[in-house]
Design a binder for this molecule. Structure first.
Ligand code: ZN
Length: 66
């Protein structure tokens, strides 16, 4: 079972490092893994403090294939 969340589901106007709409997808075996993956992405690529994004990330996390 793979859990995932799309960056553009969280930050609708997010741009990636090359200035295009961010297509990043964080994946993991559990919500915790997804949360860690997306938190580091938000911080390193978008300069967003992930501590305020936890609820939003978890609310947008889905199970692949369902
Ligand atoms: Zn992103």
């Amino acid at each position: 079972m793979v859990r995932f969340v799309r960056c553009n589901a969280l930050l609708s106007l997010a741009l990636d490092a090359s200035g295009k709409g961010c297509r990043y997808v964080a994946k993991g075996d559990s919500d915790d893994d997804v949360l860690k993956d997306m938190s580091s992405h938000l911080e390193s690529v978008h300069g967003v403090d992930p501590s305020g994004q936890k609820e939003t990330i978890l609310a947008s996390t889905k199970t692949h294939g369902s």
